[in-house]
Design a protein around this ligand. Structure first.
Ligand code: MNH
Length: 556
């Protein structure tokens, strides 16, 4: 008989468990607010709560409704209301995830490795069992569509389509620089292996290990080692600070810098963030030294790092997440609202989160630097462009240029191979279907291809290739899914991404009641730097002369 777990019978996070007799199974509903053969029946109070609980779609509608702006203005300005709203956002997002994680990328079932082995990603749903009739369990065809056919049919960019939310490319490089501190796949091993530190650890600035960190430090006054080029401070050349970097052969010395991540030489936008954050660290060290003339280099360095870490989270929540969500409620960074509530300060990076963060359609085909058009292929590995044009002009230009729409038919030529790999890695990892992931995140699975794409042409192609809407692959579904009105993403990317994002940010050790206090950050002045950090200040405090436009949204 067919393995009954292949049809994923257990609902509401119940665990499918094979019985002694072939073909038998149970759903383990222990400790869930549901019971029944398939964990389908809510207990009485759960039923009442569910009855009042609005769907993710309606919650989103309320948060972005122009007609309710007056209400959100009140919530934003009344402290206890705002704290309540923010706490609800944090808790409701985080409780969707398993903490500690149940699954990892080696085994098909719960292991302790999921929590303890840091060189594998956790995973949110277990893989499709190996003995199932189809790659998605029981639904769909015996084989998945040819990957090159998928790329050609749905993803190759014909004409650049900009993000309707108006995101700037300054935003996309922030996303890439920030997330690469924890999305670190050991591709040579396998797509489930990682060298991540599993959280926001600012290794993107300071290097991934102590050896590299030492090479980036000056060992004086806590500061990082920098050099002056073209009247501005920049990271050291790779030949002068021999951290592990990956440059293709033939890149000239004046474009080869020593950075926090081996790939950050790839794009000038990443080099810009690296430069600005290093300057910020050194600026913070000067302030700390004023407050503590007796502190040695090590203490200044370590405390400076805690401050830039705090600033990172503050800016991610209040500038970056606020921009992406475009909610009328102020998405604020207030770790203290969770004190005394059930919330665990531990985090593990989940492989599905990594996949959903493959936002390559955001990349344009060329860049405008103060009126000069530079094609993508002439932009890659050209850190020297930032030195030449200066950080001010670079920041200003990136703030004015629009990012691409994260959607179908919008992958530029240089990222098509990444897309292809992402789809293949998802198959290697035996990801469950797009619809199963929707169900896992309390979203209604799509009942037809038309409902999924919101149109008919791609829907028909998809149907021909997959046969069943329940057999569409996770990443493919996320990109082809219809977009909400004027939105960068569809509902699955948002409602799946937000829990991982909120959890990863708020479960950071510095957000816990034992860390979140002035002494951790070198006193009130350091704590204030964290609590008042903004994207604008990050750039303007570290660029000489007139402050450029610094914005995640392009001007009208
Ligand atoms: Mn990108 C991984 C190229 C922009 C997010 N990206 C990779 C890989 C390559 C790559 C190559 C490795 C994949 C593989 O070997 O299978 N990325 C690019 C290029 C550009 C780019 C050429 C721009 C041009 N990437 C971006 C942007 C984001 C992004 C913008 C937005 C957040 N990329 C990712 C993520 C990974 C990745 C996430 C996975 C990293 C990892 O797990 O190690």
């Amino acid at each position: 008989p067919v393995n009954p777990c292949c049809s994923f019978p257990c609902q509401n996070r119940g665990v499918c468990f094979n019985g002694k007799e072939p073909g038998s199974y149970t759903c383990d509903c222990a400790n869930l607010p549901f019971y029944g053969k398939h964990c389908e029946t809510p207990y009485f109070w759960t039923r009442i709560a569910l009855w009042f609980k609005p769907s993710p779609e309606s919650v989103h509608g309320l948060l972005v409704s122009e007609n309710l702006k007056w209400l959100w203005d009140i919530v934003n300005s009344v402290k206890f209301l705002h704290d309540w709203a923010i706490r609800r956002v944090y808790l409701s997002r985080a409780e969707i995830l398993d903490t500690p994680p149940l699954y990892e990328t080696i085994h098909d079932y719960t292991t302790i490795t999921a929590t303890t082995n840091h060189s594998v990603y956790a995973r949110c749903l277990p893989p499709v069992p190996l003995d199932c009739p189809t790659p998605m369990g029981v639904k769909g065809k015996k084989t998945l569509p040819d990957v090159d056919l998928l790329v050609k049919t749905f993803f190759v960019r014909e004409k650049f389509r900009p993000d309707p939310q108006g995101s700037s490319v300054l935003m996309t490089f922030f996303a890439q620089h920030f997330t690469h501190m924890f999305f670190k796949t050991s591709y040579r091993a396998n797509p489930g292996a990682t060298w991540s530190g599993h959280g926001v650890d600012v290794t993107s600035i300071y290097g991934s290990n102590v050896t590299d960190e030492h090479l980036l430090r000056s060992f004086k006054d806590g500061k990082l080692k920098m050099q002056v080029l073209n009247n501005e401070e920049f990271p050291m050349y790779a030949r002068d600070a021999r951290v592990f970097m990956m440059y293709p052969p033939g890149i000239p010395e004046d474009s080869r810098f020593a950075l926090g991540h081996p790939f950050f030489g790839l794009l000038p936008g990443l080099f810009l963030y690296q430069t600005i954050w290093m300057r910020e660290h050194n600026r913070v060290c000067d302030i700390l030294r004023e407050e503590h003339p007796d502190w040695d280099d090590e203490r200044l360095f370590q405390t400076g790092k805690l401050i830039t870490l705090g600033e990172t989270i503050k800016i991610v929540v209040e500038d970056y997440v606020q921009h992406l969500a475009s909610y009328y409620v102020n998405v604020a960074f207030k770790p203290e609202v969770l004190f005394g509530y059930p919330f665990q300060y531990s985090n593990k990076i989940v492989v599905e989160f990594n996949h959903l963060y493959h936002w390559h359609p955001l990349m344009p085909d060329s860049f405008n630097i103060s009126g000069n058009i530079v094609k993508m292929k002439d932009y890659m590995f050209r850190s020297d462009l930032v030195v030449k044009h200066g950080t001010a002009a670079m920041t200003d230009s990136l703030s004015r240029q629009r990012a691409g729409h994260m959607s179908h038919h919008n992958h530029g030529a240089v990222t098509l191979h990444v897309l292809r790999d992402t789809i293949l890695h998802g198959r290697d990892l035996r990801f469950q279907s797009f619809n199963n992931y929707r169900a896992r995140f309390n979203l209604k699975p799509y009942s037809s291809f038309e409902e999924l794409t919101g149109e008919t042409k791609m829907a028909a192609e998809l149907e021909r290739l997959y046969g069943d809407v329940d057999a569409v692959e996770m990443y493919v579904g996320m990109l082809l899914e219809k977009r909400r009105k004027r939105a960068l993403f569809g509902s699955t990317i948002v409602d799946m991404g937000a829990p991982f994002s909120v959890k990863g940010l708020l479960a950071n050790p510095i957000c816990s009641p034992v860390y979140w206090k002035p002494s951790t950050f070198g006193g009130e002045r350091g704590f204030d730097i964290v609590r008042t950090a903004t994207l604008q200040k990050l750039f303007c405090n570290n660029i000489k002369g007139k402050c450029p436009l610094v914005s995640f949204r392009v001007p009208e």
